[in-house]
Design a protein around this ligand. Structure first.
Ligand code: SF4
Length: 335
């Protein structure tokens, strides 16, 4: 267990905080008090480094194996082309009837709103996503709104990206206004990593915009390791929960990051103590460049069985795969 870092934000303006992110590997390594000539470091493989100062403050200084550092540090193994690891790991493009709208499951759709993220996770399943052709432009969203109007079976819209909280308050407000005109859209879900990497983003203005939505707002946070929860994002989770927004978490099971029962168990308790229900534990989506994070099914099941045997049921996330063409996530079959 590393000591809680002291993070003193220089600004409470999230756009300023974002602009101060690390964009160069050397700068991040220097900040982490590490050798800038690490042999295992790779070039960025077309996926540039991006790490907020807040997230970097949670990395243990001088520890090249820190589990938060390993999620964001380019590795030379990203250049290996391994069979079975593809550019579109979960079949998003095949399921896109309108640019920027993915319709895989009957009653819900996912909107890819932006290519931008506050952090670049090296295992990201959308690291090769063709955002230039497959992103929704909110200022011209009538094809998506028309699609939603025609499909009365859709009750939930999931905002994704990239990270949907990278959009300006104005754009989120515009979208909510449009969705409020469609009576069958009752649930609005944000899939976001931002709450745990740029806590400055959540303020009273943002909350008041969310409160304009006529239905229920749900946040699916993306937190992989207990060290990603600190007193700063705890405040954000408390605020969202106090305003009645439901919080659930999805993690990705990652080799050398969180592949231990003790880590996942601590994460579940820490999430729950912060009003977040552990929801999914994803098997790695087999995207090109991320194979070094993957575990065999036997390894996954061993960890998962130990986790199940050590936690009350309400703290055990579901271990799942996303398989292209399936109508829901697929549970990993562990005996
Ligand atoms: S925040 Fe999400 S979409 Fe962005 S790089 Fe990380 S995993 Fe990918």
């Amino acid at each position: 267990m590393i000591p809680e870092p002291v993070f003193s934000p220089q600004t409470h303006d999230w756009k300023v905080a974002l602009s101060e992110s690390f964009r160069q590997i050397e700068d991040l390594l220097k900040y982490c008090e590490l050798d800038v000539n690490r042999p295992e470091s790779g070039s960025e493989a077309g996926f540039p480094v991006r790490v907020t100062k807040y997230y970097a403050s949670l990395i243990e200084k001088g520890n090249p194996q820190d589990p938060l550092l390993l999620q964001v540090m380019p590795d030379k193994r990203e250049h290996h082309h391994i069979q079975g690891y593809s550019l579109d790991a979960v079949g998003d493009i095949k399921a896109m009837p309108v640019p920027g709208l993915i319709h895989k499951y009957p009653n819900r759709v996912l909107l890819t709103l932006t290519a931008a993220c506050p952090i670049h996770c090296r295992y990201c399943f959308r690291r090769h996503f063709p955002y230039s052709e497959a992103k929704l432009d909110i200022s011209n969203c009538s094809p998506v709104i028309n699609y939603l109007n025609r499909h009365s079976e859709i009750s939930e819209v999931i905002l994704s990206g990239g990270d949907p909280l990278m959009l300006s308050d104005q754009k989120i407000s515009t979208l909510i206004t449009q969705l409020n005109k469609i009576p069958h859209i009752q649930y609005l879900r944000f899939h976001t990593r931002l709450l745990s990497v740029l806590p400055e983003r959540v303020n009273e203005t943002f909350i008041s915009i969310l409160e304009q939505f006529n239905g229920k707002v749900v946040f699916i946070t993306h937190i992989n390791h207990p060290n990603e929860i600190s007193e700063f994002n705890q405040r954000v989770f408390n605020l969202l929960s106090q305003h009645g927004f439901q919080l659930l978490n999805q993690s990705v099971l990652l080799k050398a990051i969180n592949d231990k029962k003790s880590i996942l168990s601590e994460l579940s308790y820490k999430l729950f103590d912060n009003h977040i229900i552990p929801y999914y534990l994803h098997s790695l989506d087999k995207v090109r460049g991320a194979a070094h994070f993957d575990l065999t099914v036997d390894q996954q099941c061993k960890i998962y069985t130990e986790l199940r045997n050590s936690l009350p049921g309400y703290l055990v996330p579901k271990l799942v795969n996303e398989i292209s063409g399936q109508l829901s996530k697929t549970p990993v079959q562990c005996s």
